[in-house]
Design a protein. Structure first.
Length: 181
């Protein structure tokens, strides 16, 4: 089959002569093909990250992995920029902005290199919590304000929920925190 016979838009891998030889040798080594891997990333010193989309991964009996595919150098600055834009949109708190930010985060989530995972975790931690219920005045009599602050800080809930949990647990901070977690 020649290159002219391949239909346009078809996803076909063309192997080099050396890669064909290597694959033939690997079949003789009884390597097991690992299914279900959609992306592989390698991190080198100097924060260089190489990504391989749709790799073919083989595992030897000793636990060594052999990866075939086209390695591309990742642009981490662009990923950080996308995460920062998504964070700025989240701070607006409008439903449309949240929807757009979620779409951009999903687009950036295709890569799960350690750096992008770290950026995702930071964005999620700094994202404002949207409460479905309205803030209402709660009777805080009999509850120490310092205890309320500690419970709110530990559980990231509203002040009203913290007061309610403290009252239900007879001002026991540990049980209040556990009930909210």
């Amino acid at each position: 089959m020649s290159l002219e016979e391949i239909p346009a838009g078809a996803e076909v891998s063309v192997f080099s002569k050396n890669e064909k030889k290597a694959r033939k040798l690997f079949t003789k080594l009884n390597l097991k093909k690992v299914e279900g891997i959609s992306r592989v990333t390698f991190k080198r010193k100097g924060n260089q990250v190489f990504g391989i989309d749709r790799p073919e991964v083989f595992k030897s009996a000793s636990g060594t992995y052999i990866v075939f595919g086209e390695a591309k150098l990742e642009n981490l600055a662009e990923r950080y920029k996308q995460a920062a834009e998504a964070q700025a949109k989240l701070k607006e708190n409008s439903p449309e902005a949240l929807k757009n930010a979620a779409e951009s985060i999903q687009a950036a989530a295709a890569d799960k290199s350690p750096a992008s995972i770290q950026a995702d975790l930071q964005a999620a931690a700094e994202a404002p919590k949207i409460e479905a219920e309205e803030e209402e005045e709660v009777d805080e009599t009999g509850v120490d304000p310092e205890d309320i602050k500690i419970v709110v800080a530990q559980t990231n809930v509203s002040r009203a929920k913290a007061v309610k949990a403290l009252k239900e647990n007879n001002n026991d901070m540990v049980n209040a925190i556990m009930s909210l977690s």
